[in-house]
Ligand binder design. Structure first.
Ligand SMILES: NC(=O)c1ccc[n+]([C@@H]2O[C@H](COP(=O)([O-])OP(=O)(O)OC[C@H]3O[C@@H](n4cnc5c(N)ncnc54)[C@H](O)[C@@H]3O)[C@@H](O)[C@H]2O)c1
Length: 252
């Protein structure tokens, strides 16, 4: 018996590392998984892996900033598996380092649109189906940088802080509808994203070392494990929380 048997789950950024790992775990635990990403080859690979492992998944190429594209993806999810009951919201764009007075506002808006507004758009269309289903669980991926800010990354920190408040708002607005919403705040997780601003994983470890009390980088599967708990009925009394999965980074 799987921990997500009978659930219909949309996973955004499923072509990426953290959401890809989550989609695979959710599929293994019995959910029918709708894998969504703009990266066609990667999202198809995730869905294929789930199907090859005996699960059920489809891949949909969808830009979370485009409401028509999101509405079509959610309609396809319902047509394929029935009403959506779980959502992992994880899409994020690449932001440029800059202090605010040096910021390119067009680029700021682009990143905010993917990281934050995109989460609202996909949540909106999943919530419509969750209300009809009478049950739902949403897991939004924030970051430790939604709690403490890195230098020169205003848009990333702002978007990740915003995700935490979006999470709390959905949690209280839909609690009476049997729909829960939580966020996860990962610390540095070993994915290529870490190499955008750092020359090597060793450099990342050196930079964050004193705060990584567990003494290593995290793995995508460690975020997937937290997301599995939050999505499942085991978390039936958990809503509106921000779960740090960060080796103690933000505790000291
Ligand atoms: N890796 C880390 O250390 C870390 C730490 C904290 C938080 N996070 C967060 O976790 C999430 C996943 O990170 P990751 O490291 O797996 O990154 P990743 O780059 O592997 O995955 C991101 C995915 O988002 C997709 N995407 C980008 N724009 C999109 C759009 N408009 N519509 C649909 N999909 C889109 C990309 O194609 C990519 O597959 C992100 O929200 C990131 O901010 C990561």
């Amino acid at each position: 018996m799987g921990r997500l048997d009978g659930k219909v789950a949309v996973v955004t950024a499923a072509g990426g590392y953290i959401a890809g790992a989550t989609a695979r775990v959710w599929g293994r635990e019995g959910a029918s998984v709708v894998c969504v990403d703009i990266a066609e080859e990667n999202v198809k690979k995730t869905a294929q892996d789930i199907n090859d492992a005996g699960g059920k998944a489809i891949a949909i190429v969808c830009d979370v900033t485009d409401e028509d594209s999101v509405a079509a993806a959610c309609a396809k999810a319902k047509e394929s598996y029935g009403l959506i009951t779980c959502l992992m919201n994880a899409a994020a764009g690449q932001d440029k380092k800059a202090r605010v007075h040096e910021t390119d506002i067009t680029d700021y808006r682009r990143v905010l649109d993917i990281n934050l507004t995109g989460m609202v758009i996909i949540a909106k269309h999943c919530l419509i189906q969750m209300l009809e289903a009478g049950i739902g669980s949403i897991v939004n991926i924030s970051s430790i940088y939604g709690m403490v800010s890195p230098k020169e990354r205003a848009v990333y920190a702002t978007s990740k802080g915003g995700i935490r408040m979006l999470t709390k708002n959905i949690a209280i607005d839909y609690a009476a509808d049997n729909i829960r919403c939580n966020s996860i705040m990962p610390g540095p997780i070993q994915t290529p994203r870490l190499l955008v601003r750092n020359p090597s994983l060793e450099a990342v470890l050196e930079r964050h070392g004193p705060r990584l009390h567990i003494g290593r980088l995290g793995q995508p599967e460690e975020i997937a494990a937290a997301a599995l708990f939050l999505a499942s009925d085991e978390a039936s009394y958990v809503s509106g929380t921000d779960m740090t999965v960060d080796a103690g980074y933000t505790s000291y």
